[in-house]
Design a protein around this ligand. Structure first.
Ligand code: ADP
Ligand code: MG
Length: 343
């Protein structure tokens, strides 16, 4: 009887031990950086990890927001040429953004805020600027006039920095560090349509990421990834229709000072680092297809999916094998899928 009893105890301990090793999961939805976010992760400390990541993103927004009056960026934008001491993190992100501006020859430009805000983006009171108004504001968008000395940043009076095109990607990279500090090895983050992943799904398979259909509701295609960021810039979500009936989107061409008008309707970048993918998704959107392809040919660290208004999808060769068109989409919505090669 005694032996029987100790066997039962042993079995009970055995089952308890193994069920505690089983992957727990946790998921949080929240609103931040003017968008909806979702973090899902798997691991023993999943719950603590998602809460810590959410808190981290909230704190980060307080330092990089262009509209919150206590943020480093707001203080810098209202300092009238005086140097402003910002945190190491913000200083690094500004340095990175300026380097991307140089690399993309201004397609990416973190200094467009004097123009984008005059067009009413962020205030939601949109206005079409005249050519004269644009011409007056353009000199305030020259990123070469940002001076960085350690963590002290200064710029010409009237200049303003906006990290809107890298902020969510950076938030993703930092949130991933937080999740990893809790031992998380499998997670998916959706920060307003920016998807970032840690490892693969708990069953070891790739994550299947949907690319939004820019012409309609739903998903136009899927891309399978592990441990990657899949980040999209599109002209279909934040725009206004002017009194002239034309569509004006929130991504700007720094050369013209006007919303981008080219053939691209959606640009997705797939790569290891969210900050970089975010900056590049905006950059390629501004460059248009031909320049984007030439730019990519000289780079080794990212892949792209570009969708154009003549219903073509350009997919770079590195990701082509992991790309699939959503067959439930009516054929009329896409006429051609093109695999873009380096040579
Ligand atoms: P979203 O934030 O909608 O995902 P993006 O990452 O492309 O899209 O960022 C767009 C935001 O970046 C705009 O709302 C604006 O604040 C800013 N922005 C607009 N045009 C540019 C540009 N050419 N370079 C850098 N930032 C830009
Ligand atoms: Mg971006």
């Amino acid at each position: 009887m005694k032996k029987h009893f100790s066997t039962i105890i042993f079995l009970f301990a055995f089952i308890t031990f193994f069920s505690s090793c089983e992957k727990k999961s946790a998921e949080n939805y929240f609103e931040n950086m003017n968008t909806f976010m979702k973090v899902k992760c798997y691991g023993k400390k999943a719950e603590e990890a998602v809460s810590a990541a959410q808190n981290y993103i909230k704190e980060l927004e307080e330092t990089i927001s262009v509209t919150k009056e206590n943020s480093d960026i707001y203080r810098l934008n209202h300092a009238q040429e005086f140097p402003v001491q910002v945190s190491q993190k913000v200083s690094n992100l500004i340095k990175y953004s300026i380097s991307m501006a140089e690399k993309t020859e201004g397609a990416f430009n973190p200094c467009l805020y004097p123009i984008t805000s005059a067009w009413g983006f962020t205030k939601k009171e949109n206005k079409i600027l005249s050519d004269k108004e644009v011409k007056e504001l353009l000199p305030l968008t020259n990123y070469k006039n940002v001076k960085i000395e350690g963590n002290a940043i200064s710029m010409k009076n009237g200049m303003m920095i906006d990290l809107g095109a890298v902020g969510k990607g950076f938030a993703g990279d930092e949130a991933i560090k937080v999740l990893k500090s809790f031992g998380i090895k499998s997670a998916i983050l959706d920060l307003g349509g920016n998807i970032q992943t840690i490892g693969s799904k708990p069953d070891g398979k790739n994550w299947s990421i949907g690319i939004k259909n820019p012409f309609d509701q739903g998903t136009i295609a899927f891309v399978e990834v592990s441990d990657m960021a899949v980040i999209t810039s599109g002209g279909y979500e934040r725009f206004f229709i002017g009194s002239d009936g034309k569509k004006y989107i929130h991504i700007f061409d720094g050369k013209t000072g006007k919303p981008v008008e080219n053939e691209i309707v959606s640009s997705t970048i797939i790569g290891k680092i969210g900050t970089e993918c975010d900056a590049l998704s905006t950059s390629l959107f501004v460059m248009g297809v031909e320049k984007s392809i030439n730019f990519w040919k000289n780079e080794n660290n990212f892949d792209f999916i570009l969708i154009t208004d003549d219903l073509k999808i350009y997919v770079s060769e590195g990701i082509f094998g992991n790309f699939s068109f959503n067959n439930s989409i009516p054929d009329a919505q896409v006429v051609e899928i093109i695999c873009v090669k380096k040579d």
